[in-house]
Design a protein around this ligand. Structure first.
Ligand code: FAD
Length: 491
């Protein structure tokens, strides 16, 4: 039997202080258990995805309708029991938010992303503070939502170890997870977890090897927390966890640019307001760009198309073209999510700084702008813009764009930005059951191991609504903590 010298002892250890970790900690603290949260980043440089997010949270007002709708969106990728547990919890999430997020009211801002699917009418998306996150720096976002959750966690009895990456799950002689090794190299501590460990370390957005192995295409870039490097995935694999829906991401076209120090930063790309097309490597349009403009979450499916005749991904990269009118209307990113919301970059209001940097290429004609961005297909680009402008005049677009989005690209200079598939987060990871227990390759729970959040979240083919990631993370964080501490007083 392994004999560990314990440096710290707790009833429950939660690895990762983001959305799921916060929900788990708040729930666990109410049981009277001794709870320890280990977070890889230092407190003052802590940028979990929830903090970089828009702070939109999906809830439902009817569990049966939620189950029907979520199952339709997920397809066969997650089980009915896991969806049912989520559906039920989502109907209580609104009250939970009111109780644990500092009292600033939440406002209803949206509904389901697929209103045509059965059950969609019961979906309600909320945001705390000033609603909508578009380009209003005062609007509520993930930074303010996380600040209120963090305050609740810190006001409770949970102990937090900052700057202490979880590195390895520890097992007893029976194979039960009994602790975790955490800390910077050379300063690791053996932490005992009497009732179990919940992995809430986020996805594998910054694990290049995992992305290459598991995602539909490579490269894909993500605009969230650089600390989400798939650590929980590796730790769970090491103790025999099964994996599920590994190729799934929440995705769209993103920008990926080099900074002055040589490092790279990925950005949310906001092509709205209208006056845009996206072209492939041959200079042709290929999809209804309005979905990208409306920040829909499945646009990346168009981008990862593989041309088997030529053996290439013709839409990786792809090219967003717009004109001077659009340039002056709004930044090409959303300034209150992602890198800009946590002080990693300040995007200029008129995009001039990014033109100077060469992230936004400029030209006297659309073809010249495209060429400057790396798309050397003058004839095709010119023809694509001509036919697009014609569609704007007739109001009939071959890709089905709504008429209000058909604004011509006709006022020089013109601009082009190279885009890639990517998004906020991956959703694959260790398979979990309806109690948040991590399952092994035979479908049996690994004793003492739980997970929540985007590390193998309960979602599948299609993203249900704005706020579905946070909805899932906040619900399964609660569910996993309750299951792990079922021997303690009821929460
Ligand atoms: C720009 C942007 C906008 C978004 N907008 C929305 C939105 O409006 N609504 C929505 O629902 N979703 C949104 N999302 C996605 C959502 O924020 C995430 O899916 C959600 O935060 C996932 O919660 P989580 O707890 O699993 O991960 P996170 O919130 O990322 O937390 C994971 C934590 O684990 C830590 N960690 C990683 N490895 C270790 C380790 N080895 N040891 C200890 N700690 C570790 C990380 O540092 C991090 O603090 C957005 C994401 C981004 C990037």
């Amino acid at each position: 039997m392994p004999q560990y010298q314990w440096d710290i002892e707790a009833d429950l250890v939660i690895a990762g202080f983001g959305a799921a970790g916060a929900a788990a900690a708040i729930t666990a603290a109410k049981t009277g258990a001794k709870v320890l949260l280990v977070e890889k980043q230092e407190r003052e440089r802590h940028t979990p995805n929830i903090r970089m997010s828009g702070g939109l949270v999906m809830t439902f007002n009817d569990a049966d309708k939620a189950e029907t709708y979520l199952a339709r969106c997920a397809g066969p990728m997650v089980g009915n029991a896991e969806i049912r547990a989520l559906a039920e919890r989502l109907t209580t999430l609104r009250a939970w938010l009111d109780a644990h997020c500092g009292g600033t009211p939440f406002t209803l801002v949206n509904g389901a992303e697929h209103p045509e699917f059965e059950g969609a009418e019961a979906c309600e998306v909320f945001q705390q503070g000033v609603p909508r996150f578009k380009q209003d720096p005062q609007a509520g976002n993930g930074a303010s939502l996380f600040a209120s959750l963090r305050e609740t966690v810190e006001a409770g009895s949970t102990e937090i170890l900052w700057g202490a990456p979880a590195r390895k799950l520890l097992r007893d002689a029976d194979g039960r997870i009994c602790g975790i090794l955490a800390g910077k190299p050379g300063q690791e501590q053996h932490i005992r977890a009497r009732e179990g460990v919940i992995l809430t370390t986020g996805g594998f957005e910054y694990d290049e090897a995992a992305k290459l192995s598991y995602l539909r295409a490579y490269p894909m870039y993500f605009y969230g927390n650089p600390g989400n490097t798939g650590d929980g995935l590796r730790m769970a694999q090491e103790v025999g966890a099964d994996l599920w829906h590994m190729p799934q991401i929440v995705g769209r076209a993103v920008g990926h640019f080099q900074l002055d120090d040589g490092s790279w930063q990925t950005f949310f790309i906001a092509i709205d307001p209208p006056g845009y097309v996206i072209l492939d490597g041959d200079g042709k349009r290929f999809a209804n760009e309005h979905d990208q403009a409306m920040n829909k979450h499945d646009f990346y499916y168009h981008l990862v198309h593989f041309d088997t005749q030529r053996g290439i991904h013709p839409r990786m990269p792809c090219y967003w073209i717009f004109d001077e009118k659009r340039r002056l209307k709004a930044p090409a990113t959303l300034i209150n999510v992602g890198a800009c919301s946590v002080g990693l970059y300040e995007w200029s209001a008129d995009n001039s700084k990014e033109i100077e940097r060469g992230w936004i290429a400029k030209g006297d004609t659309p073809a010249a702008a495209a060429k400057a961005a790396g798309l050397d297909a003058a004839e095709a680009v010119t023809e694509s813009i001509r036919t697009y402008n014609e569609a704007c005049a007739t109001g009939i677009d071959p890709f089905g764009r709504p008429v209000e989005s058909l604004v011509p690209i006709d006022t020089g200079p013109f601009y082009c930005v190279k885009l890639w598939p990517g998004g906020p987060n991956t959703t694959g990871g260790p398979r979990r059951n309806a109690q948040g227990k991590v399952l092994d390759v035979r479908g049996e729970p690994i004793p003492g191991l739980f997970s929540a959040g985007e590390l193998g979240q309960v979602s599948g083919m299609m993203y249900p609504a704005d706020g579905a990631n946070l909805g899932e993370a906040l619900c399964y964080g609660q569910i996993a903590a309750e299951a792990a501490l079922s021997r303690f007083r009821s929460v």
